[in-house]
Design a protein around this ligand. Structure first.
Ligand SMILES: C[S@@+](CC[C@H](N)C(=O)[O-])C[C@H]1O[C@@H](n2cnc3c(N)ncnc32)[C@H](O)[C@@H]1O
Length: 255
C-alpha cells in the first residue's frame, strides 16, 4: 500500500516492523498471549492497575496494536475495538489470532500520526508500548485527542524518560548511567528504527495543549520473581530502583 503522507520515521519503522514481526511474535507469544489483559514489560494485570476500567459497550481504538492480543481480550469483555498498526505484517498476525479467538473487529493499516477515522468516534484510545513511543507524540497525542469523545480516556504505556536516558546504544542495555541529555529529549534513533520520548513536563504540557487532563502517571515496578521477554535478567536490578516504563492516563476535556 502506498502512503504518500507517511513521515520518514514512520516509513523506517514500518520497514523494521514488517521485517521483524514474525520474530517478535514468536519471541513474545506466550508472554503477551495471556488469557487476561496485562501491561507492559512486566505484564502486570489490568485488574491490579485498573487503567482502562470497564470497557463493555465502549468504542476502543488501539494505536499500534501489533497482533491485537489486547484488543482481542477487550472484545471478549464486551468492548467494540478497532486495531490500528503501521505494519501490514503485524496486522497479518492480528488476523491470525483473531481467527483463532473467533472474534472480528476492524483493523486499520495506517500511522497513528494520521489516522483515517472521523473525529470523536471513541470512548477509549490506548496502547501498550504501541504507536505513541514509535511515532512523534507531537502528532499522535493531538490525533488521539481528536479521535476521543468528550470525557474519553487516553491511556498509553511507554518506556520511561529515565530509562530512555539510561539506554546504551553500544550495549543495547539499560545501565545506571545517563547516556544522553534530558532537556530536548524527543527523537531517539539507531540504524533501523526511530523512537520518541519527551521530558516529563513536556508530556504534561502536550497532553494539556491537546485538550486532555492528566489523571495519573503509573510507574510499574517488577514484582518479586518477575521475568520479561523484553528486558534481560541483568537489567532487573535497574528496574527495581528506577521506573522502566510509564503508563499515562488522561481524559478529554468536556467543554
Ligand atoms: C512493541 S510493538 C507493541 C505492540 C503490542 N502492543 C504488543 O504488546 O505486542 C509496537 C507496535 O507499534 C507499531 N507502530 C510503530 N509505529 C507506528 C505508527 N506510526 N503508527 C501505528 N503503529 C505503529 C509497530 O508496527 C508495532 O506493531
Amino acid at each position: 500500500m502506498s502512503s504518500p503522507d507517511l513521515s520518514e520515521h514512520a516509513r523506517r519503522n514500518r520497514r523494521h516492523w514488517d521485517e521483524t514481526a514474525d520474530d517478535y511474535q514468536a519471541r513474545h507469544a506466550s508472554f503477551i498471549g495471556r488469557p487476561e489483559p496485562r501491561w507492559g514489560i512486566w505484564q502486570l494485570p489490568e485488574e491490579e492497575l485498573d487503567i482502562l476500567g470497564e470497557v463493555a459497550g465502549k468504542d476502543v481504538l488501539e494505536l499500534g496494536c501489533g497482533a491485537a492480543q489486547w484488543s482481542i481480550l477487550l472484545a471478549g469483555r464486551g468492548a467494540r475495538p478497532v486495531g490500528l498498526d503501521n505494519s501490514e505484517r503485524q496486522l497479518e498476525h492480528a488476523r491470525r489470532l483473531m481467527a483463532q479467538a473467533g472474534v472480528e473487529f476492524p483493523l486499520v493499516h495506517a500511522s497513528a500520526e494520521s489516522v483515517p477515522l472521523p473525529d470523536a468516534g471513541f470512548d477509549v484510545v490506548f496502547c501498550d508500548h504501541g504507536a505513541i513511543g514509535w511515532a512523534d507524540p507531537y502528532r499522535t497525542v493531538p490525533e488521539a485527542s481528536r479521535l476521543l469523545r468528550p470525557g474519553g480516556l487516553l491511556a498509553f504505556s511507554i518506556t520511561s524518560p529515565i530509562a530512555s536516558l539510561c539506554f546504551s546504544l553500544t550495549t543495547d542495555l539499560i545501565e545506571p548511567t545517563l547516556h544522553r541529555p534530558y532537556f530536548g529529549l524527543h527523537r531517539l534513533e539507531d540504524d533501523e528504527t526511530v523512537n520518541f520520548q519527551l521530558p516529563y513536563g513536556e508530556w504534561v504540557r502536550l497532553l494539556r495543549r491537546s485538550g486532555l487532563e492528566l489523571e495519573d502517571l503509573v510507574e510499574p515496578r517488577p514484582p518479586a520473581g518477575a521475568r520479561s521477554t523484553y528486558w534481560e535478567e541483568s537489567e532487573l536490578p535497574w528496574a527495581r530502583d528506577w521506573p522502566s516504563e510509564c503508563i499515562w492516563k488522561a481524559r478529554k476535556r468536556v467543554s
